[in-house]
Ligand binder design. Sequence first.
Ligand SMILES: *[C@@H]1O[C@H](CO)[C@@H](O)[C@H](O)[C@H]1NC(C)=O
Ligand SMILES: *[C@@H]1O[C@H](CO)[C@@H](O)[C@H](O)[C@H]1NC(C)=O
Ligand SMILES: *[C@@H]1O[C@H](CO)[C@@H](O)[C@H](O)[C@H]1NC(C)=O
Ligand SMILES: *[C@@H]1O[C@H](CO)[C@@H](O)[C@H](O)[C@H]1NC(C)=O
Ligand SMILES: *[C@@H]1O[C@H](CO)[C@@H](O)[C@H](O)[C@H]1NC(C)=O
Length: 516
Amino acid sequence: MLSGILLGAALLFGTGILAQPELPTIPADLSTPVQQRLAFNGPTSMRVGWSTYERLGKPTVEFGVFPHLMTRSASSESSTTYPTSRTWSNTVTLTGLLPYTTYYYKILSTNSTIGSFKTARVAGDHSPYNMAGVIDMGVFGPDGLSTRPTSFTGMPIPDQLKPGDHTTIQALAATLAQYEFILHPGDFAYADSWLFELGLGYINGTQAQGPAIYEGLIEQFFDQLSILSGSKAYMVTAGNHESNCLNGKSPGEASCPIGQTNFTGFVNRFSELMPETPDSIVGVRPRFDTGLEGARMKARALAASKTGALPPFWYSFDYGMTHYLLFDTETDLGNGIIGPDEAGGTQGDSDGPFGSYMNQQVDFMDRDLASVDRKLTPWVFVSGHRPWYVDSGPCTVCQQAFEPILLKHKVDVAYFGHVHNMQLLGPLANNTRDPAGYDNPSAPVYVVNGAAGHFEGLDLLTTPDKLPSYGIEWFNNGTLYGYNMFKFLDKDHLEIEFISSKDGTVVNSVTLFKKH
Ligand SMILES: *[C@@H]1O[C@H](CO)[C@@H](O)[C@H](O)[C@H]1NC(C)=O
Ligand SMILES: *[C@@H]1O[C@H](CO)[C@@H](O)[C@H](O)[C@H]1NC(C)=O
Ligand SMILES: *[C@@H]1O[C@H](CO)[C@@H](O)[C@H](O)[C@H]1NC(C)=O
Ligand SMILES: *[C@@H]1O[C@H](CO)[C@@H](O)[C@H](O)[C@H]1NC(C)=O
Ligand SMILES: *[C@@H]1O[C@H](CO)[C@@H](O)[C@H](O)[C@H]1NC(C)=O
């Protein structure tokens, strides 16, 4: 949502700066793990991902239920990079774990420390739990969203961070004990704002150094995130900023870094990390692992290829009383519908598609949602990046592609970002409000919250007379950075909170009742 005029201005006064860009310092010990990230892979398996400033021959993680007795270890040969990246992404799968159990882990390196995580609850565990949702979150600090008194437009903004305010990462880090995992459906880092930042003198360097500046911002972001993503499962799908070139394109396209085209950096970090197999196929593992695990993993991958899941773009997983499905609103909409980031799409990019055939994603969604056992997981929660119910810029092609599937399978909640403020839309079907409201609606409840915070600040809502006819249940008009807490209280009650990051205030809360 940026104009070409601004970018032109940024280019003009960006060209005179000759100093070097600031990049995270490369540790002397190149095996030092950075950008730690975790994901569930069913209730008895966990994926550990991290980056290093060298290629690892055999990425290895030691783990166990006691920090001083990590008797087990897992390895892989997965250490990959891409042109313009300074780092390699490493991924290892830990198997044979107990569900909902704390494990300690140490990434094998001559310079690493011990971390911990908790495995997922099994499907059918109806104990209450909380899940935190963040969307559209960028670098914080001097090179991103900071206490600097002006926004990227050079205008005073109402939404700046004040000294002492928590950023969203700080807010979530301060409350780690209050939720069990994090969902982040798209838009990480906002490194594609680098040219604006250069033009405004927020970052040193030249346009020719674009790829290095871009990667430097990405590295900073994932380093900042690791306090969360290295201690909780951090489940993701793609947003447009994983595809955008120079955030809206410009005369300077020539220096578009490879890491920001065709979701390259995103795929590099997350494709092997996110799970490919719905738990319903995997089942619960016996307590003690055996050498059969390798064969089991192969069987899982085969089962996954049958479902058509394509992590990190579209896949599903179970957690306690909830079935989660993450999907890709950027590409692969199926049935000949052009995705926003595909050639000919609204974004002006030409990325994807990723499926092996046109309808792979929608076929997966239909099949996956049809197979949910609502006795085990009464709640069905879906999440993607671009909303179609929103105050402005609805993704109508997304609605055309996905809404019929959500209605057909009686999805309970659909969660999106992309627009940089908080909006609670209520239960909606075919652009019409479900008259039941939150009292056992048959339509999905839509939640939009792209207000986690990043260099561009927040968006104001359109004027009241331009709001959509179906209305908006509650909103914050671009004054608060925040995230959501989804509190699954029992099989029939879900509390949805909007939380202000700066001080942790719950600014809105509704309880959805579904007679499951
Ligand atoms: C070891 O890792 C820490 C961060 O975890 C880093 O600050 C330090 O520079 C590393 N030491 C070496 C020798 O690379
Ligand atoms: C740019 O580099 C100069 C000279 O090294 C330094 O004084 C200045 O603080 C840097 N500016 C930024 C925004 O990093
Ligand atoms: C993007 O990557 C996918 C998967 O590698 C590939 O199939 C597709 O052709 C690429 N698209 C573009 C425009 O490069
Ligand atoms: C929404 O529209 C579709 C197609 O027109 C229709 O099949 C479906 O019944 C409608 N659903 C609701 C809840 O109105
Ligand atoms: C949001 O704030 C802007 C600027 O004050 C105002 O023009 C707009 O009407 C507001 N939108 C709503 C829905 O209140």
